[in-house]
Design a protein around this ligand. Structure first.
Ligand SMILES: Cc1cc2nc3c(=O)[nH]c(=O)nc-3n(C[C@H](O)[C@H](O)[C@H](O)COP(=O)(O)O)c2cc1C
Length: 195
């Protein structure tokens, strides 16, 4: 493999939100590769703590209603933002695949929770990069109620498990150009300590 091929994928990976996605279904082969590559993320102790719930078709409509209702019930009224519930009721319908990304806490709790969360983040990055390589856009969304007990109850998760994101996936609409990214220089964030 050309070593620069991966550079290209990493640097062109962009957050593409559901309104920018087409209705085209995600090819089985692409979805399978995305999930399979998630499973190859590193984990301390090989716990593989990620759990995915994949919603397609009409299941997204039920999810959309449920997320909006969870927002309205789990977030205190004074913290609710205008239009947010409506947005949650719309977003899952605008992406052909919606994946709830969860972390299942190891029963013996040998590995630190932080490391299990880090491992799931590695898995999500694998998913996003695989999506990019296959021309798919994705959006890792983390509305604050995901971390609340109401979300765990809704998903049937244990008290120590966590829902860490809603991963929207779909091919970009033809009318929308692939977004350009921007980053500040790595030189401001690295200190070399050479002997
Ligand atoms: C852990 C995590 C949570 C995120 N949650 C949100 C979110 O709730 N809403 C949002 O608009 N973007 C969210 N993002 C996406 C970032 O906004 C996005 O990665 C950033 O703007 C850089 O854009 P890029 O992904 O196109 O490089 C999240 C990203 C990460 C890594």
């Amino acid at each position: 493999m050309e070593p620069t091929a991966l550079d290209e994928i990493i640097r062109s990976r962009r957050t593409i939100k559901p309104p920018m996605m087409s209705d085209a279904p995600v090819a089985e082969e692409d979805l399978r590769a995305i999930l399979e590559n998630a499973n190859w993320a590193p984990t301390h102790g090989l716990t593989q703590p990620w759990r995915f719930r994949v919603y397609r078709g009409d299941a997204r409509h039920q999810l959309a209603d449920d997320l909006a209702n969870l927002y309205l019930t789990a977030v205190p009224v004074e913290e609710q933002k205008e239009g947010k519930a409506d947005k949650l009721r719309e977003m899952p319908k605008r992406a052909p695949v919606v994946i709830l990304v969860c972390m299942e806490r190891q029963k013996i709790e040998k590995i630190r929770e932080l490391e299990e969360i880090e491992a799931v983040a590695c898995a999500v990055q694998n998913m996003h990069l695989t999506a990019t390589a296959r021309g798919l856009g994705a959006f890792w969304s983390t509305p604050p109620f995901l971390y609340k007990p109401e979300m765990n109850a809704y998903l049937g998760l244990g008290e120590k498990d966590r829902c860490l994101g809603i991963f929207y996936l779909g091919y970009p609409a033809e009318s929308d150009a692939w977004p350009k990214g921007r980053r500040q220089s790595i030189d401001d964030r690295v200190e070399f300590v050479d002997a």
